[in-house]
Design a protein around this ligand. Structure first.
Ligand code: FES
Ligand SMILES: [Fe+2]
Length: 351
């Protein structure tokens, strides 16, 4: 299935329902979208000491971040070049990497060091025996990586830096007590569709609706993402710094395809959306605190309730897209520019 989305939102039809139900589409998305995307990998504070190693999975690609003895940071494949065992299984601090299957050793930069029982092997070792390097970069303490990036990380992060770069991102403290792992019985792209519009807020989120000025809510489109500006309702908590004269309660950044950075006056809530099956999705929440005293104020309060409200509607939509009586819908030209942009990017990457 190769749907095409009209670039003119006033004419365009939405993605067909079958797009969200077809395992073949998901397999293609894994290959064409997730494998070429930037993924949130690790917290740089876990990698402060020389010898620190933190494994991560980028979509489906196992990698490991390391800090070598000289202080340099690396990201390399976590798949042993011998017979593909995973080299590092949990965060650790080690002088070098050793695969626990047959003892192959690598430097913390991924370079092959040694291997028992290979004295007679010809043309060994070769460049193919190093752990391949993986591209990575940083936003505050967040490390992003990609095994085969389709575009530069700076292109993805420039709008974030331009808008909230004045926040002391490096001072954000991870709060594991705020972590959540949600399982949603819906396609990952339906979860993103829902995230990408504020249209549903007055209908689905009555409490959140009171914290935001719906009339002033805005969506901006970026090459590989969107920003939704939640303008604070009168008397609701907002950032100290005005944004073009507006009091902002929340900056909702979506980074193609499936990472959301939600900045509130108290800090940052990160959502990572992972497809598990065509109709099953995991959403991981990570919390980074800047000003704990404001945690329960404004649009960034009661995020658990907002999540449950979103899940309920998205799971019902998953039932709806299976209908034989539904084919496609239409976009609101004023309120669904973000969804339209997402569908355009997605179909473009699947071409
Ligand atoms: S798979 Fe790593 S040493 Fe054999
Ligand atoms: Fe929502």
């Amino acid at each position: 299935m190769r749907p095409v989305i009209d670039p003119d939102i006033t004419r365009a039809a939405t993605l067909p329902g079958a797009f969200y139900c077809d395992p073949g589409v998901l397999a293609r998305q894994r290959e064409r979208v997730f494998a070429r995307a930037w993924h949130l990998g690790a917290d740089v504070r876990q990698l402060e000491a020389p010898g620190a190693c933190v494994p991560a999975v980028l979509g489906e690609e196992p990698v490991v971040f390391t800090r070598d003895a000289s202080g340099a940071l690396h990201c390399v494949s976590n798949v042993c070049t011998h017979r593909a065992n995973l080299v590092v299984n949990a965060p650790c601090n080690v002088p070098s990497l050793r695969c626990r299957y047959h003892g192959r050793r690598f430097g913390l930069d991924g370079r092959f060091h040694s291997m028992p029982e290979f004295e007679a092997a010809r043309d060994f070792p070769s460049d193919a025996d190093h752990l391949p390097p993986v591209a990575f970069g940083q936003l505050g303490p967040l490390l992003f990586a990609s095994a085969a990036p389709a575009f530069a990380l700076d292109e993805l992060l420039a709008p974030v830096r331009a808008r909230v770069g004045w926040l002391d991102l490096a001072a954000m403290q991870r709060d594991p007590a705020g972590d959540r792992d949600y399982q949603v019985a819906a396609n990952w792209a339906l979860y993103c569709d829902n995230y990408l519009e504020g249209f549903h807020i007055p209908f689905v989120h009555p409490a959140l609706s009171g914290a935001l000025d719906y009339g002033a809510y805005q969506t901006e489109l970026h090459p590989f993402g969107t920003l939704q500006l939640g303008v604070a309702a009168d008397g609701e908590d907002a950032f100290e710094r005005l944004d073009a004269g507006r009091r902002i309660a929340a900056y909702y950044f979506w980074l193609f395809p499936s990472t959301m950075l939600n900045f509130y006056p108290w800090g940052l809530s990160v959502n990572v959306v992972e497809p598990l099956a065509v109709d099953r999705t995991r959403v991981r929440y990570q919390t980074w605190v800047l000003d704990a005293a404001r945690r329960t104020t404004g649009a960034g309060a009661a995020l658990d309730r907002v999540e449950v409200e979103d899940e309920e509607v998205v799971e019902r939509v998953q039932q709806g897209v299976r209908s034989r009586l539904y084919r496609t819908g239409r976009y609101s030209p004023t309120r669904e520019t973000g969804v339209h942009h997402f569908h355009r990017l997605l179909t473009h990457f699947l071409e």
